[in-house]
Design a protein around this ligand. Sequence first.
Ligand code: GLC
Length: 421
Amino acid sequence: MRIAFLNPSGKMGGAETSLREILASIRAAQPGWDLWLVLGEDGPLAQIARAGGVHVEVGPFPPNLRRLGDAGREGGAFGLLGASTGTARYTLQLSRLLREVAPDVIHTNGFKMHLLGALACPRKTPLVWHIHDYVSSRRLMSRLLLIARRRCTMAVVNSKSVGRDLATVLPKLPAVAVYNAIDLERFSPAGEKLDLDALAGLAPALPQTIRVGLVSTFARWKGHKVFLEALSRLPAEVPIRGYIIGGSIYQTAGSQWSMAELRQEADRLGVADRVGFTGFVEDPAPAMRALDIVVHASTNPEPFGMVIIEAMACGKAVVASQAGGALELFENEENALGHPPGDADALSKLIVRLAADADLRHRLGDAGRAAAVRCFSNTRLATELIAVYGQATQQVRFSAGERRPSDPRAGLTAADRTLPR
Ligand code: GLC
């Protein structure tokens, strides 16, 4: 079996972290399969994939296509028009490459690659769209996907919530929910810890300090300001130091905070001495291990939320925003604590509660680790994806005229899937 994965970015955002685990898990489950990765931009993902035995082709997007927003804003029809000449040439090159590689299945990750994949995919090759984000709120992208949908065999969604949203835009597209996975050895309670204070340029914190961190890209909806505000509401005597771990990684203008903006906000709220900014860290696991509490504070419904399962797997007490697919990842009060998105007051109270209660932190951390082992392992991911590739291949054969044994969509709708327990 030969699978070609198509991904717009070479940088490690959530969808790329998800893809890294997909590549690793399929490689482990099916060492004989031939895996290809086509990237619209060079970056760490290229090296990671190569090191894992994947053939990597980097075909840089033309500048207009690169800027056409998918991390937040859409460039609108003008952006699209501007992108079209370069895009036509790019599509031709991509279709030539795909004909040469001749994959059995094409798996696209990210909206631009869903569209380009639909344009460049050889006629009888199954095309699987892996949808990581809500589609219905992106009007232009919804319309484009609706047009391109005819070439797509089926979709994988990262949560039931994203599946329900996709069904409002593309009701006829078969979709299956496959939860992301993580490397449970890498994201584990034992291992190296980062010196967050040194990274942030702060003096070492006092020994009894409770470290609370938001680990995230700088996309504006990730809740950095809510986190800073929650820190500003903490009673002065609670020995807490906050950390903002991450940096701006997207090229899309206007979709993310800059470090300067966040530092200004910390100043404005009077918490500059209580919070450290580490900048982008290559490997979040040692950063999470150095924390006592990991905060997820997205203000929009989070489609999935890699950081939640990563922190659970590291055995940390997690406080997560209760909306979207994130809701499917934890049991409130059992293996993590939830707060309403955007509610700095609720977030701050949960931080105080956890800071005062080491037993609660450990109980949540242990239960979080157990849930991660149960639900988010690479073996589960590989099994589910291999089944998807089988289904997609069958569907293409059926639509080419073979008799179908039953409705090919049976058992495939995201709404029917449940979290493995
Ligand atoms: C996207 C989503 C995020 C998810 C990731 C992996 O980045 O916004 O919620 O965790 O994809 O599926």
